[in-house]
Design a protein around this ligand. Structure first.
Ligand SMILES: Nc1nc2c(ncn2[C@@H]2O[C@H](COP(=O)(O)OP(=O)(O)OP(=O)(O)O)[C@@H](O)[C@H]2O)c(=O)[nH]1
Ligand SMILES: [Zn+2]
Length: 386
């Protein structure tokens, strides 16, 4: 995907409102939740469940099915007064992860303009989409970022078939050729990528597996993504929507960091979760963490490891909490090479950890992490800095 600046900027919404009202509208951004998952996992079932559940929200659903026609129309279901209303929307290209930057952005914005205020947008991606391509768009596109924000990524998993999908070499992600890794383990499939990016994983179709099989599935998924909340369902019926699937604020909080405390797992070497405890940082050490992230995420180079000519790791998702010696806290959010460090929202809402203890944490989800010593590299970079 390219990030050319010469693309036509997305149409801005004409509000016709006063300057004061515009300021107000800017403050109320509409959340968007990406629903992904393998073919037939139960995404549509989940969307229908959400649309018919009582939540008092006006939800717009954008379906992103694969199509071979270039001007394929997207089905758009709008929940109006408890009724699902089907509409059709022109998106342009058959693959939203490639086209969302231009046509998709326009589609969402014209949707916003046409419908006025939605409370919520759900985007169902095709069973083959890589959500890693999709999520950063909601950060970097200014037109889009002014009206909506990415609330979270929900990945549906078919309990009966997920293990096969994870091990199926034909489900390999395009552009991830494992041939250069020799016998270094299983290939990385689309199923891996969808699980590694998820903020919430819904293990669905549990009526089709035994309890033992379900435990195996849970363990395997937990070994790939130790951060995501896991829910187990039949017919995609999650126990609750608020805070479980919707309104997660997965990208402006990092409460779930504490869940990923068990270090990294060796159950699934293809993609794993790594958790690095961090000390209280000085201002200079914060800068060192920033520099470390730039090296690791932008150059794919582990700073202590420069002599290694090939860094084969891939980082899909990264979150962190940094505690500074002046008492402030910062959060880190990263998807692929994009990351940001920002002030923790609601400072003081949570009691800070006692000084001297490990105060912060960085959690990394990615591929071939077990082959490198990320912890040593990061802590060394921190220690070397004043
Ligand atoms: N046995 C069983 N079937 C289910 C469950 N949930 C959904 N299904 C069925 O599985 C099939 C696929 O469900 P969908 O919701 O269409 O799956 P999807 O992920 O949207 O599928 P694609 O859009 O093709 O990727 C449908 O026939 C559903 O009725 C479940 O918990 N158990
Ligand atoms: Zn694409």
């Amino acid at each position: 995907m390219d990030w050319d600046d010469d693309d036509a900027p997305p149409d801005l919404i004409e509000t016709g409102a006063t300057a004061e009202a515009e300021v107000d509208e800017k403050l109320v951004k509409v959340p968007i939740t990406i629903v992904t998952g393998y073919l037939g996992a139960g995404k549509t079932t989940l969307l229908n469940y959400i649309l018919t559940a009582r939540h008092g929200k006006k939800i717009a659903v954008i379906m992103n099915e694969f199509g071979d026609s270039l001007d394929i129309e997207k089905s758009l279901t709008v929940n109006k007064d408890g009724e699902a209303v089907e509409e059709w929307m022109e998106v342009g290209n058959g693959c939203i992860c490639c086209s969302v930057k231009d046509t998709g952005v326009n589609a969402i914005e014209s949707l916003m303009a046409k419908k006025g205020n939605f409370d919520y947008i759900l985007l169902e991606t095709t069973g083959l989409a890589d959500p890693g391509n999709l999520a950063p768009l909601f950060w970097v596109d200014e037109g889009l970022a002014s009206t909506i924000y990415l609330d979270g990524i929900v990945t549906l998993v078919d309990a009966k078939n997920i293990l096969r999908s994870l091990d199926d070499p034909s489900g390999k992600v395009e552009g991830h050729d494992d041939s250069d890794h020799g016998d270094e383990g299983p290939v990385m499939t689309t199923a891996h990528v969808q699980i590694s990016h998820a903020d919430v994983i819904v293990i669905n179709k549990t009526d089709l597996v035994t309890d033992t099989e379900l435990e195996t599935v849970k363990e395997r998924i937990g070994s790939i993504n130790g951060l995501a909340k896991i829910h187990v369902t039949k017919q995609s019926a999650v126990p609750e929507l608020e805070g479980v699937l919707l309104d997660l604020h997965a990208y402006d909080q990092a409460e779930e960091l504490d869940r990923a405390g068990k270090g990294h797992s060796h159950l699934d070497k293809t993609i794993s979760t790594l958790s690095i405890p961090l000390p209280v940082l000085t201002e200079g050490q914060l800068e060192a963490v920033d520099a470390w992230l730039r090296s690791v995420l932008w150059d794919n180079v582990l700073p202590s490891d420069e002599e290694t000519d090939q860094s084969l790791f891939e980082i899909h998702r990264l979150k962190g909490r940094l505690v500074l010696s002046d008492g402030n806290e910062k959060m880190i959010q990263g998807v692929r090479e994009l990351f940001e460090i920002f002030d923790k929202p609601n400072p003081g809402a949570e009691a800070s950890l006692a000084p001297g203890k490990d105060a912060g944490k960085m959690v990394i989800i990615g591929r071939h992490l077990d082959k490198y010593d990320f912890e040593r590299s990061l802590l060394e970079a921190v220690r070397k800095s004043p």
